[in-house]
Design a protein around this ligand. Structure first.
Ligand code: NAD
Length: 279
């Protein structure tokens, strides 16, 4: 049965290092500060924002939730992001999704200063990442790679299949993996034979947002499977994109949901914020 690639231990280590850096910055007169811009009444989004705020507080990072309400216009959100970008006391900016209907996330995120773009939401950050220039990667994409490195999964020369091509996860994770010399195949909703591609891979990264998409037939014996999906269940729980019961019998290792990519993502957002404050 597959080894469990927990993210909790790595997340705790990142949080501890971040708290030390935050304390040093605060002692030096620069308390690190994160602003989370919200423009939705979505309940799961509110839950996520509260969890970031709690984690920030515990790490000694000031966290401002800037709630513009679900009726905010694109212009209002851009202006607020611009003000926060110009505010020297703010070091990190997160633009929470979903945004109000009709507001384009990529266009709006252009208003986040790249130096404060701790969740890699500005398309300029993604472009810099692709070009090999310093930039913050989206925290979820970075979390995938950090978990693989933490558990010493070799990447050089290995075939990684990424399922999902979003700007938030699939595309940036593909770039981060290329930078580690993996051979990367990016699959998506129009991929003709998903199982044929993923079952030929040494590592599968599932980021489609479809519960149960990845079954045993999608996975090679002994492969490493990273489950990025977070799909709500009717009873208020959370499941990934991987059918954990059948895949665990075949894969070599698998991240749990919850307790895998999620906690590392939150920890990295905070780490990015203290790094931004230190500059
Ligand atoms: P998205 O909806 O923007 O993108 C989904 C991608 O999956 C698309 O590129 C689509 O082509 C692909 N896809 C959809 N159905 C498919 C199918 N049947 N076969 C192959 N590919 C398919 O979603 P996203 O923002 O990239 O998020 C993906 C998942 O990751 C979601 O479950 C989301 O909740 C989760 N997520 C988790 C974290 C975390 O911290 N753990 C953070 C961000 C997103």
């Amino acid at each position: 049965t597959a080894a469990v690639l927990s993210g909790r231990e790595l997340a705790a280590a990142v949080r501890a290092a971040t708290a030390d850096e935050a304390a040093a910055l605060t002692a030096a007169g620069t308390p690190p500060r994160l602003a989370v811009v919200v423009a939705t009444a979505d309940e799961s989004s509110a839950w996520y924002v509260r969890s970031i705020a709690r984690a920030a507080e515990k790490a000694g990072i000031v966290c401002d939730i800037v709630d513009l309400g679900p009726g905010a216009t694109a212009e209002e959100i851009r202006v607020r992001l611009g003000e926060l970008s110009a505010d020297d006391t703010v070091h990190g900016i997160i633009m929470q999704t979903p945004l109000p209907a009709g507001v384009n996330a990529q266009e709006t995120a252009l208003a986040i200063a790249v130096a404060k773009d701790v969740d890699g939401a500005n398309p300029v950050s993604l472009g810099r990442l692709a070009a090999g220039l310093p930039a913050f990667a989206p925290a979820t994409a970075e979390a995938v790679v950090r978990i693989l490195e933490h558990h010493e999964v070799p990447l050089t020369g290995r075939h990684v299949a990424v399922v999902g091509r979003s700007t938030v996860v699939g595309k940036p994770v593909a770039h981060l993996l290329l930078d580690r010399n993996a051979t990367v195949t990016v699959c998506h909703s129009r991929t003709a034979d998903l199982a044929a591609v993923t079952s030929a891979a040494d590592v599968v990264v599932a980021a489609a947002g479809r519960a149960g998409l990845i079954t045993a037939e999608h996975v090679a014996p002994g492969a490493v499977v990273i489950d990025v999906g977070t799909n709500p269940t009717p009873d208020g729980g959370l499941v990934g994109d991987v059918d954990a019961v059948t895949v665990a019998d075949k894969a070599g290792a698998l991240t749990p949901v919850p307790g895998g990519v999620g906690p590392v993502t939150t920890a990295l957002l905070l780490q990015h914020t203290v790094r931004a404050a230190a500059r």
